[in-house]
Write a protein that binds this ligand. Structure first.
Ligand code: 13P
Length: 258
């Protein structure tokens, strides 16, 4: 089973519009020399206020090498939900992917497994792709609770989705202790957890979904770590935070995944 790799950049709460536009343009010019068919799926997730500028830069270029994602959404279609943005609105802004269940949203904004599941359903019904994040804290890892915790996050996130929907989805395994710390999870261990996630998907859905779903690693991914990560049997790409804020390092990570 050959799954197309995905390299996604999560900008988090960074960049003003001009800075965002410059970063998108620099990423595109860095990728220009590569044959489009050989590139992994390259996705960037700017902050909401940069989506318009980013989408414009991407469509003006028309090279189709980079796709747009949002970092969050709300699952209702419209209405009295002050401060929220619906899937349809994000689709309208040019997004094809939406990150959900990021540990920062779970930690600071009380996003629950149930909300992640509702968001996944709303995203898939609109024809977009959810990037579902999961991951354990250091305390959970030290208490040997990693696998149980992640399997439960995944089962809850995928509840009532069809095999076809799960097949299209993307999961990102991001150990919380590796996010923004410079401490990358050992590639062999990340691959072990990701294989366990694939087994969980097989159980929760079916074998086709488990073979098709792309599962990424995230947490201090750098140009120096990507090759070893991509060489693992089950790691299908990366969700990159800090290193996606500079075109040079992001493009190097994309290159490392080819
Ligand atoms: P860092 O790459 O900065 O560790 O962030 C990872 C992450 O949270 C991506 O979603």
């Amino acid at each position: 089973m050959k799954r197309r790799p995905v390299i996604a950049g999560n900008w988090k709460m960074n960049k003003l519009q001009d800075e965002g536009k410059e970063l998108v343009n620099n990423v595109m010019s860095g990728l220009k020399e590569y044959d489009k068919d050989k590139l992994p799926e390259v996705v960037i997730a700017p902050v909401f206020t940069c989506l318009y500028a980013a989408n414009k830069a991407l469509t003006d270029c028309g090279c189709g090498r980079v796709k747009l994602a949002a970092q969050n959404c709300y699952y209702e279609k419209s209405g009295a939900y002050t401060g929220e943005v619906s899937v349809e609105m994000l689709k309208d802004a040019g997004c094809e992917y939406i990150i959900i269940g990021h540990s920062e949203r779970r930690q600071y904004f009380a996003e629950t497994d149930e909300m992640v599941n509702k968001k996944a359903k709303a995203i898939l019904s609109a024809g977009l792709i959810p990037i579902i994040c999961c991951g354990e804290t250091l305390e959970q890892r030290e208490a040997n609770e990693t696998d149980r915790h992640i399997a439960s996050q995944i089962k809850n996130a995928l509840k009532d989705l069809t095999s076809e929907e799960v097949s299209k989805s993307i999961i990102a395994y991001e150990p919380i202790w590796a996010i923004g710390t410079g401490k990358t999870c050992d590639a062999v261990e990340a691959n072990r957890v990701i294989s366990m996630i694939r087994d969980t998907v097989r159980e929760a859905s079916d074998a086709t979904a488990a073979d098709n779903i792309r599962i990424l690693y995230g947490g201090s991914v750098k140009p120096e770590t990507i090759k070893e990560q991509m060489a693992q049997s089950d790691i299908d790409g990366a969700l990159v935070g800090g290193a996606s804020l500079k075109a040079e390092s992001f493009v190097q990570i994309v290159e490392g995944a080819m």
